[in-house]
Design a protein around this ligand. Structure first.
Ligand SMILES: Cc1ncc(COP(=O)(O)O)c(C=O)c1O
Length: 443
């Protein structure tokens, strides 16, 4: 072993020692009911993530490199999809998907300001933000209680002569009827963007969500199924869409060299573009006005180690979800329990509950009680985004096809608690015990 490798190994040994001393969970031994906080989500890792991160630090490559390549390959293999374009967040991935569809390289199919995008108002803001940021008009359809996903019966009603895209998230890890939405998109020649940020590992009729749309997007923020701290990705089966997303991510350039590469196309000084001088350096030819949304090597290094744990994480989330479902069944007269369609295998992000009309308590009381009991709660993100100041105070143009009755109910009566793999059976039992106290204490 040469000196360099020997030093690396010594460093890894120390990292392992440090992991065991500082980070290794001993959760059951330490969990004190009512005192220890039960988070809605959190990063779950071991020494492997730390080795990988330190390995990348020792390379000191910093920008996308070998770890990013490995991450892309692992994710493509897991999803059985052709192209994975990494990005620095799920929000950036959503931005890239919409930006790519505005490219002039798509000819008549490119999106233009004023075009309409069918989506839902109950969800995360950055599924909707890039629509508005590109001068497109969001058209909101209602969701169903239980799955908190699009009501597919409203899709046809939402259509107009300007409809060009359907963009929907698999809310909190429960798939919407992705085949029906894909068929709707095909029937009307619409682009289909699947926001899969909350649903990595979910399936519809045996096929992974995130493989049905023209684009799918993913987030690797710590609350998600795997994490890089911050991070995201766009996936697609279409080589042109991959090229467009990559161009927008990398400053809008035409060149596709990886960082540190100079002449991947072997024609760096031979291209001829529009009114540019002949042979203008391809590295500085811009076919789009893009951004820089690239991932760093340290983020990818953590992602590579997390990918190996993904199947176990998904399984653990399912088990935790089932545990809560079985235990909360007895409170069904007060709460609408979450639903998973029979064609779906969820990859739960959280356990979602809606307080029924006429229940003797409201959400505010319930979530305050749970939080006091050290159980973290979350809303379904923006609730009804059209009621957020970003809409009401700024005159953003949008259309709705119905009253969004269920979306409003989600905004006032729905909340969720965690199912992430860091929860132990002891914690889940304490959560159930606390829930069981609600009718007695809050009625
Ligand atoms: C459905 C959905 N889309 C997009 C995002 C944005 O991801 P990020 O936080 O990585 O920007 C989130 C974040 O949780 C999300 O839940």
């Amino acid at each position: 072993m040469d000196r360099q490798e020997q030093l690396r190994q010594e460093i890894f040994t120390k990292v392992h020692e440090y992991y065991r001393l500082v980070h290794q969970p001993t959760q059951d031994a330490e969990f004190i009911a009512g005192k220890s906080r039960i988070n809605y989500a959190g990063r779950v890792f071991d020494e492997k993530e730390m080795f990988s991160l330190v390995d990348s630090a020792l390379d000191f490559w910093l920008t996308s490199g070998r770890f990013e390549q490995e991450f892309q390959a692992k994710m493509a293999c897991f999803l059985e999809t052709a192209h994975v374009v990494t990005a620095n967040s799920g929000s950036s991935a959503n931005l890239l998907a919409v930006s790519a569809l505005t490219s002039h390289k798509l000819g008549e199919r490119r999106l233009k300001p004023g075009d309409e995008v069918v989506t839902v108002a109950a969800g995360f803001p950055t599924t909707v933000a890039p629509i508005v940021q590109h001068g497109l008009i969001p058209v909101f359809v209602d969701v169903e209680l239980g799955t908190y996903n699009v009501n597919p019966d409203q899709l046809e009603v939402a259509l107009s002569s300007r409809t060009r895209v359907v963009s929907l998230a698999h809310t909190l890890g429960v798939p919407f009827d992705v085949e029906r939405v894909a068929a709707f998109a095909r029937r009307h020649s619409l682009w289909f963007i699947e926001d899969n940020c909350d649903a990595l590992g979910a399936k519809w009729n045996g096929k992974y969500t995130g493989t049905f749309g023209d684009f799918a997007t993913f987030s690797f923020y710590p609350a998600h199924h795997i994490t890089m701290g911050e991070g995201g990705a766009v996936t697609t089966a279409d080589p042109l869409l991959k090229q467009l997303a990559t161009s927008f991510r990398d400053w809008g350039r035409d060149c596709w060299c990886d960082p540190g590469q100079d002449n991947t196309c072997n024609r760096r000084f031979e291209w001829h573009f529009g009114s540019l001088p002949a042979g203008y350096d391809h590295k500085y030819v811009y076919s789009h006005l893009g951004y820089n949304l690239k991932l760093t090597e340290m983020q990818a290094a953590v992602g590579v180690a997390q990918m190996d744990k993904l199947p176990v994480f998904v399984e653990k989330r399912r088990q935790n979800w089932q545990h809560l479902y079985r235990g909360l069944k007895e409170l069904e007269e007060y709460f609408i329990l979450p639903e998973v369609p029979p064609q779906a295998e969820a990859s739960p992000f959280g356990f979602v509950l809606t307080i029924r009309d006429g229940a003797p308590f409201d959400r505010q009381k319930v979530t305050a009680f749970l939080e006091q009991s050290r159980i973290q709660t979350r809303t379904v993100f923006a609730g009804n985004i059209t009621r957020q100041p970003a809409f009401t105070d700024s005159g953003v143009p949008y259309r709705t096809v119905s009253e969004l009755k269920n979306t409003d109910k989600v905004m006032t009566d729905t909340f969720w608690v965690g199912v992430y793999p860091g929860l132990s059976p002891l914690m889940l039992e304490y959560m159930l015990e606390t829930f069981r106290q609600i009718p007695g204490k809050l009625s």
